[in-house]
Design a protein around this ligand. Sequence first.
Ligand code: DAH
Length: 350
Amino acid sequence: MEEKKDYILETLENDLKQITTEQQLIELKSKYLGKKGLVTELTSNMRELTEEQRREVGAVAGEVRSIVTEKINALSCQIQEKILNEKLEKEKIDISLPSKKVRRGSRHPFHRIIEDVEDFFVSMGYDVVRGPELETDENCFQRLNVPLGHPARDAQDTFYIDEEYLLRTQTSSVQARTMQENQEKTPIRMICPGKVYRRDDDATHSHQFGQVEGLVIDKDISLADLKGTLELFAKKMLGENTRVRFRPSFFPFTEPSVEVDVSCFKCGGTGCPLCKKTGWIEVLGAGMVHPNVLRMGGYDPEVWTGFAFGTGLDRFAMFRYAIPDIRYLYTNDVRFLEQFDRKDEENEVK
Ligand code: DAH
């Protein structure tokens, strides 16, 4: 028995020296410890032995098994380590190489403005709603007190799709939708930012631009509510020192109607080229919702009153970021768009 033991351990030593790969190690394991392995064979004839012989064989076989297992495991660790080292060597990263430049996107100036507008009105309890850009003549005009043939249609050169459908010229269309959709005829407090389209194209007018519409309907809403709301809005968008001025105007869907000017944020109201030396810049149209509009939306004008306003989002972006041509906002030139992260940082420092 001792001879067998010595033989096994000797051959094992020789075999271990030959092993360099994991596969060879697996084969080696089975040669010694497998079902028909050399160590297992030590106990193959146990049945033919006496009790005492069995005990002796069992003890030696157990000892051999544990020595063999230990040696194989030790070699396995060595081989694993060798493989890992080779891998690390092969996959070495040269950290001194210059990295590939990752181009970082930045939020579009138009969206920065929309987010600010939404934040402000949401904080005052308004809902933000959306409406389709492909709109019906009915929602865009008729339900806003602009019947077919009304001269106010001329002011908004419309892209018509057919007699019934058009590209909305104003987000006011969403006023009509919101009133109709509110089946219970409960109070409304909403803004709708979105794109509108008109047949215009020059440095300050684009065929596509952004507007935000606001509509409040409730009981006992007055012009004072409108004024207070727009004053706060102007301060939020253009700075704390901004003053607001209302001028009488006309819009078919409001009565009375006003045009809203803000004090020039460049010169503070003393007069400069931006405000054409007037000290004021026009930013908004607004007014008290016309009784006809309320009626067509299913609200009894004897019970309900409301105010509405509409403003161009692009102008706010142009003012805030000193953008000279509205068309830059829509041509998606990366060189132009990339500047805005930096500009916001500059503004924050001030
Ligand atoms: N829809 C008007 C425009 O595009 C702006 C406007 C004026 C909206 C008065 C309103 C409003 O809601 O009350 O010129």
